[in-house]
Ligand binder design. Structure first.
Ligand code: ZN
Length: 411
């Protein structure tokens, strides 16, 4: 995806606003000598912005519109250090609702739906984002917020909720609770809009089957409005995102260079029309890829794949970026192996080798199984790994995902 002339003009306009307001990023851009962008080359010279910068701007350093135009703030809580505060103008709040309405529409949700919202309200962008979009659509909102499963199920049955907005883990919990109580016949849910964290196909399948609902992945982050900047359509070929509000790039997280469409990398987002706190080339650390070509649905909005994990997990093998989540996904499709695995990367005779150790759950032909797994992994990452099948209990048990990858190249 290359930035269009119109998008360049919008970015240029945001840069002018950042500088004119003497905001945190205005100063940074001035220091970098980037006071305007006219061409794609100029754009690619713009420095990236990072979560750390946003913390440094605490509390209101990001504010780019005059105070009288700011109507709300949201905050993303970090696990460490200062939070990030994002100011919104009335137009930002409205733009966000328009994007979110578009998400609901893309999922086939209408003003005749009853939308039960279980993500949290408050400083957090989740609950209120789901709500504003639903009201813009004209649907009936049931603003539950998180927790209190008893009350959730009661409202879900009595009000005949047709759409559930939630995290994947809460959707699973509700699904299990509904099964356990045998109340499925009282549930009228048709669709689930699930905040996009990485969730396994197995979990998706489980929620889909036990609730009998279609599932949609919605993408977004507090720094960039909140949830609602992209969602998958009925064809489930990745998430469409709204390129009239954001410009999205995929970069190699190590080099910062753009990667070709279709290749996995880090999502970097530039807001095109945001007033309260515009962000230029913001590094999300979320991993995905642009899906090339057009969606069968005919929508012109470009697509990214579902989020594959975080950049911290990336491995570079044979010049290819590989993520443990890709391997995990493949292994999950083989019922002959369990969820334990270990990846060892070594450098022998001038070339990288990746070995994948997996535990078999039954009495299988080790060689044939190894070969089938290797072929399937190759179809996903582009080269053939060495797969070793071992008996159950051979691999070390670890709670930490990172301990499953051992890179012997730099030892
Ligand atoms: Zn589509």
């Amino acid at each position: 995806m290359q930035i269009s002339q119109k998008q360049l003009e919008q970015v240029n306009d945001r840069i002018k606003a950042l500088i004119a307001s003497d905001s945190f990023y205005g100063k940074k851009l001035e220091e970098a000598g980037m006071t305007e962008v006219k061409t794609v080359e100029d754009f690619l010279k713009l420095p990236f912005s990072e979560k750390k910068d946003l913390r440094d701007a605490y509390p209101l350093g990001l504010m780019t519109a005059p105070e009288e135009e700011i109507v709300r703030i949201h905050s993303s809580s970090g696990t460490t250090g200062k939070p990030v505060i994002i100011p919104y103008t009335a137009k930002d709040v409205d733009d966000w609702a328009i994007m979110f309405k578009r998400c609901y529409e893309t999922a086939g949700i209408t003003n005749m739906d009853r939308i039960q919202i279980t993500p949290g309200y408050g400083l957090w962008t989740a609950g209120i984002g789901f709500q504003n979009g639903a009201e813009k659509l004209g649907a009936m909102v049931i603003p539950m917020g998180p927790g209190n499963t008893e009350k959730q199920l009661e409202m879900m049955q009595n009000l005949k909720s047709t759409v559930l907005c939630s995290t994947s883990s809460y959707a699973l919990l509700l699904a299990e609770e509904i099964e356990k109580r045998g109340i499925k016949q009282n549930i009228h849910l048709k669709k689930g809009v699930i905040g996009s964290e990485r969730w396994s196909d197995k979990m998706r399948q489980r929620i889909h089957e036990s609730l009998g609902i279609e599932l949609y992945d919605i993408y977004g982050l507090t720094e960039i409005y909140g949830p609602g900047i992209g969602i998958n359509c009925e064809h489930n070929t990745g998430m469409h995102y709204w390129d009239d509000y954001i410009y999205l790039e995929i970069i190699d997280p190590k080099t910062g260079e753009p990667v070709p469409d279709g290749e996995m990398g880090e999502i970097v987002i530039t807001t095109l029309v945001k007033e309260g706190a515009p962000l230029i080339r913001y590094r999300t650390h979320d991993l995905s890829r642009i899906i090339p070509g057009e969606c069968p649905c005919g929508r012109k909005f470009p697509r990214i794949d579902v989020i594959m994990g975080r950049t911290d997990d990336m491995m570079k093998i044979k010049g290819v970026n590989v993520f443990p989540s890709q391997i995990e996904e493949v292994l999950g499709t083989f019922k002959e192996v369990n969820s334990e695995y270990q990846i060892r990367i070594s450098h022998l005779d001038g070339k990288d080798t990746m070995r994948i150790y997996v535990e078999t759950t039954g009495d299988n032909d080790f060689n044939a199984l190894a070969q089938r797994i290797a072929e399937k992994v190759k179809s996903v990452i582009g080269f053939t790994p060495i797969v070793k099948i071992v008996e159950v209990g051979v691999l070390p048990r670890s709670m930490k995902k990172t301990a499953r990858v051992i890179d012997e190249r730099y030892e």
